[in-house]
Ligand binder design. Structure first.
Ligand SMILES: [Zn+2]
Ligand SMILES: [Zn+2]
Length: 467
């Protein structure tokens, strides 16, 4: 049985063949450098050692540098007492039950320095962490920093360049075996951490320790990729992969290709490529009901049922990137126009960047459509794009809108947290809600699969009550 259709499956097959040829012959395509894959999961600490998770990849999760921070039971107790009142433990537990040691990768970990990854689960935590960093128990703590080593440029025989340092690797493997404790002999005399960085280290170490004793999770084992059928370690998926594709299901290579241009690998003439890309755009709309807009690769598909998620994943591997589209068609609109889609979009009165949910609400992403459809199916009344109340500093012109108002709960879906501007605005809304005494919920794409639990806890919904 075809996965998409005979033609698309064949093209995807070709892309995968070219990919493996590239992997074995050249790495300088910027696409699939195998050395860039590492174990990105959260460590589990037992006693004062990290539990071996069996994964052969080099540890490099976003929380790992917390392991190099001086720490003891006093710090942990104060951390939990201070952060506890802010942390939504029900949601944290829910995420951990699905994502295990990948839980931290569902939050926005990278981004603007002012954005803290814990904000979705612990609203208002940033100033608290900064304050904590100034207290006597934390302000003089030292850390083994990976940046201390001099970066060395490594060039292999086909021109791959990577900046790393042997010293950095040594430190990394040392703290990954045994995290730094108060007075650790590996610490040399170091200046105190900068305040901003200190807050991050405190959050990283405190949450890793807390996760380790609160949760008992199964470690990951190798899986077969649904798309390319190769074995892979789910640990190799990074935060972007997890946020965009959900629970591990596609290998790190396939996940990476959903964000890259598969056609860059193929030596096709522009003339033969153009009709292929047109067919892909057309089939994209037919198979998903979603316009293949220019930002479609940024969308999160993790909340979709598995069969729909697989369809999207395969299509995202085929859809071209903007650079190629601009070269071949002039612009993304010209591309959609050439596929006869722009006309369709216009007739329906929307621009091709959006989709319409079953209740008629305009949805800007797959996630928004999932939530509207979920609410609609259960007859839960909601307002879309509600205007936040006026606030002299945070919302002077009443321009800020939420994603939904469900009862008295203002809900936002953290759809594009990779974008610093978008994420900053999200935090401003959160701050505004606190200032105005509104109930506010910043939902993560990772939570789309467990809306029942969210609705029970936050929207006063009881199953069977209105469905
Ligand atoms: Zn794969
Ligand atoms: Zn709706």
């Amino acid at each position: 049985m075809p996965k998409l259709d005979r033609q698309l499956d064949e093209w995807l097959g070709h892309v995968l063949v070219v990919r493996s040829e590239n992997l074995s012959t050249r790495w300088d395509n910027g696409l699939l450098h195998p050395y860039l894959f590492s174990d990105n999961t959260c460590a589990i600490i037992r006693g004062d050692v990290v539990v071996d998770n069996g994964c052969p990849l080099e540890p490099n999760g976003s929380l790992i540098f917390g392991l190099g921070y001086e720490w003891g039971p006093t710090q942990q107790r104060i951390f939990e007492d201070t952060i506890g009142p802010h942390l939504d433990t029900g949601r944290w537990d829910g995420i951990v039950s699905e994502f295990r040691t990948h839980w931290a990768n569902t939050c926005s970990v990278w981004g603007d320095a002012t954005i803290h990854w814990l904000e979705a689960l612990a609203p208002g935590v940033r100033p608290v962490l900064h304050q904590l960093g100034k207290t006597v128990e934390f302000r003089d703590l030292r850390s083994l920093r990976h940046e201390r080593g001099t970066p060395e440029i490594l060039v292999n025989n086909v021109g791959i360049v990577s900046t790393t340092s042997f010293q950095a690797e040594e430190i990394r493997s040392s703290i990954y075996t045994r995290p730094v404790t108060i007075g650790d002999e590996r610490l040399t005399v170091e200046p105190r951490e900068r305040s901003q960085y200190r807050a991050e280290l405190i959050a990283a170490r405190g949450m890793t320790e807390w996760f380790s004793h609160r949760h008992t999770v199964e470690q990951w084992t190798p899986q077969t990729c649904v798309i390319c059928e190769e074995f892979f370690w789910p640990n190799a998926l990074n935060d972007t992969d997890i946020r965009r594709t959900g629970r591990p299901r596609y290998c790190h290579l396939c996940s990476a290709m959903m964000r890259r241009d598969p056609w860059a690998l193929r030596r096709l003439t522009d003339k033969s490529l153009r009709p292929i890309l047109i067919t892909i755009a057309q089939r994209f709309l037919e198979l998903t009901g979603m316009f293949p807009h220019s930002k479609i690769r940024d969308t999160s598909i993790g909340g979709l049922p598995e069969d729909q998620r697989d369809t999207f994943a395969r299509l995202l591997m085929l859809i071209p990137r903007s650079e190629l589209v601009i070269r071949l068609f002039g612009s993304w609109s010209h591309y959609l126009n050439a596929a006869g889609l722009l006309e369709k979009a216009d007739r329906k009165g929307y621009s091709g960047y959006i989709t319409i949910a079953n209740d008629g609400h305009i949805a800007l992403s797959i996630g928004e459509r999932i939530i509207c459809d979920w609410l609609h199916a259960r007859g839960i009344g909601h307002e879309k794009e509600p205007v936040y109340p006026h606030h002299p500093e945070l919302n002077p012109n009443k321009k800020l809108r939420g994603d939904w108002l469900i009862g008295d709960c203002w809900v936002e879906l953290a759809g594009y947290m990779d974008d610093a501007k978008y994420a900053n605005q999200m935090l401003r809304k959160q701050e505004l809600a606190r200032a105005c005494g509104l109930r506010h919920l910043l939902l993560l794409p990772a939570e789309l699969g467990r809306l029942d639990a969210i609705a029970r806890e936050h929207w006063g919904w009881a199953k069977g009550q209105c469905d």
